[in-house]
Design a protein around this ligand. Structure first.
Ligand code: RFL
Ligand code: PHB
Length: 389
């Protein structure tokens, strides 16, 4: 089989790249290790920056998002038992969209299928070959049969544990990492959200976040020690702990119910440089991870897709190779700023095991500054709604 761009991974970055290339007349094949049901069963991001909303619109997959998603003009920061609003719209003129990553993925799969795209699920043993030449190729197994795809470029959209970064020459790869000494225990429950906007709460017992997916589906998180097990967290224990970490009004009015999903995710900051190896590109979580506190992971994957799709469209259109050569540099400049913001929000809102009383006072002083100074609030808002591409 032959295609122009072989895409490894059918998460949001692989599917969005494939859809944008298709709209520009560029052919791709997407290889995914898991089944479609598995991919759609993963509960992940919930907040989309305007830049991603615009990309989904331009790609022709924004209709359901505008019908079912929620536009948020601001968010609330809770500390010392009081909530303070950050008004994104007043401070930046921009808003964010609350719409689940699962739904974005579903919309992209529907659009790709409607266009008869080559989406191969349960592709086993994917291997990348000769991407340091002008004739790369990819092999995989499906239902016990070996397949080969010859292509012009390979896009590694296969997440943190994927094969693409592992296939890069390891002596030319530099990685940067911070692992945080806690995780997020997240639940999904079929209850109305406690507030119209997200609440990020700092508390001595640990961070908490009140988020949502729809009018009858809430997403809540509490910070937990890394070695905690989900089984140790009954629903009752989760709700009790959440109530203790948020303000009294939210604690009194929150509607609780059985959880329909409960998982613990570790928190990590990670960047791999460069993101281009000959004719192979790393995209999204394959190249970088952020702790979820700034809601940046999916949005960063989208900005990589923006840089890479523009470069490939220029290459196939006018033959211009400059954007391809600069893909890594352009993507990384924005990635490091989002890494900084996510790291800063994480340090600001969480309880660290070794933190002193002084550190705790510093967090509260910084939160007080951010919520009482227009300049402080604007810096948070500008990063949260998304820096320009
Ligand atoms: P994905 O979504 O991991 O998709 C990669 C795909 O590649 C497949 N794959 C392979 N396929 C073929 N061969 C192989 N050898 C393969 N190895 C892997 C995988 O099965 C998978 O389908 O990466 P992508 O597309 O780069 O997208 C990144 C986002 O998923 C991620 O950054 C966000 O979910 C992060 N994130 C959040 N981001 C936000 O922007 N806003 C948020 O509010 C937000 N909240 C979150 C989050 C992530 C979380 N978790 C659990 C990681 C909340 C949580 C709890
Ligand atoms: C979510 O709804 O899952 C979510 C929202 C905001 C974050 C992280 C996760 O910062």
């Amino acid at each position: 089989m032959r295609t122009q761009v072989a895409i490894i991974g059918a998460g949001p970055s692989g599917l969005l790249l494939s859809q944008i290339l298709h709209n520009a007349g560029i052919d791709s094949v997407v290889l995914e290790r898991k089944s479609l049901d598995y991919v759609l069963g993963r509960i992940r991001a919930g907040v989309l920056e305007q830049g991603l909303v615009d990309m989904l619109d331009a790609a022709g997959v924004g209709e359901r998002m505008h019908g079912e998603g929620f536009v948020h003009d601001g968010t609330e920061l809770c500390f010392d038992g009081t909530r303070h609003r950050i008004d994104f719209k007043a401070l930046t003129g921009k808003t964010v969209m609350v719409y689940g990553q699962t739904e974005v993925t579903r919309d992209l799969v529907d659009a790709r299928r409607a266009a008869d795209a080559q989406l191969v699920y349960e592709a086993e043993g994917v291997e990348l070959h000769d991407f340091d030449t002008t004739k790369p190729w990819v092999t995989y197994r499906k239902d016990g049969v070996e397949h080969r795809i010859d292509c012009d470029f390979i896009a590694g959209c296969d997440g943190y544990h994927g094969v693409s970064r592992a296939s890069a020459p390891q002596d030319s790869l530099k990685t940067f990492e911070r692992v945080y000494p806690f995780g997020w225990l997240g639940i999904l429950s079929e209850t109305p959200p406690v507030s119209d906007e997200l609440i990020y709460a700092r508390h001595e017992r640990g961070f908490a976040l009140c988020s949502m997916r729809s009018a009858m589906l809430s997403r809540y998180y509490v910070q937990v020690p890394l070695d905690d097990k989900v089984e140790a967290w009954s629903d009752a224990r989760f709700w009790d702990e959440l109530r203790r970490r948020i303000d009294d009004k939210a604690a009194d009015t929150i509607v609780t119910g059985p959880s329909i999903e409960k998982t613990i995710a570790p928190l990590r900051s990670f960047v791999a440089e460069p993101m281009k190896f000959g004719r192979m590109f790393l995209v999204g979580d394959a190249a970088h991870i952020v702790p979820p506190t700034g809601a940046k992971g999916l949005n960063l994957a989208a900005s990589d897709v923006h840089y890479l799709s523009s470069a490939l469209i220029a290459h196939y259109g006018s033959g211009e190779g400059e954007l391809i050569e600069r893909y890594s540099e352009n993507a990384l400049r924005r990635i490091w700023k989002a890494e900084r913001f996510s790291w800063w929000m994480t340090n600001l809102m969480h309880t660290f095991p070794e933190a002193s009383c002084f550190d705790a006072r510093m967090q509260v002083a910084e939160l007080d500054y951010v919520t009482s100074s227009r300049a402080g609030a604007a810096a948070l808002a500008e990063n949260y709604v998304g820096l320009p591409y």
